[in-house]
Design a protein. Structure first.
Length: 130
């Protein structure tokens, strides 16, 4: 049986829900996510649905700035490596195709950019514009 590509909001929800189930159970990442998100997981997941729906399906439902909420997180390269490993794993378990590949590319670039920016602000002592 071959896997489908990411084609609609139902697929985005499967991707996001499956991925964050892994995050919530991951020994490295769950303490950080659970500390920040606390009991607001439904709100966070809804935001992630709209983010990925906008990024992958060009259905403009996300309005916001994704970096500022991450700027002060206590994370380093090992956290981003784990995040991207779980994201790619989730894609590979559920999807194959052009959009699945695009999700990997976009998530990899986003992780790299967030890691760079967090390190920059941490080392420079500057504050990001919120």
């Amino acid at each position: 049986m071959s896997l489908p590509d990411i084609k609609d909001l139902t697929d985005i929800k499967l991707l996001v829900d499956s991925f964050y189930d892994k995050i919530r159970n991951d020994p490295k990442l769950s303490p950080i996510f659970n500390e920040v998100i606390k009991d607001k997981w439904p709100v966070h997941l809804e935001k992630m649905y709209t983010f990925w729906q906008t990024a992958l399906l060009s259905e403009h439902t996300y309005f916001g700035r994704p970096f500022p909420p991450h700027a002060q997180l206590p994370v380093d390269a090992s956290h981003f490596d784990r995040w991207i490993t779980l994201f790619y794993e989730t894609i590979d378990e559920n999807f194959v195709g052009e959009k699945a590949d695009e999700a990997k590319i976009r998530s990899g670039k986003m992780a790299m950019m967030f890691q760079y920016k967090i390190e920059y602000f941490r080392e420079s002592g500057k504050k990001p514009l919120m």
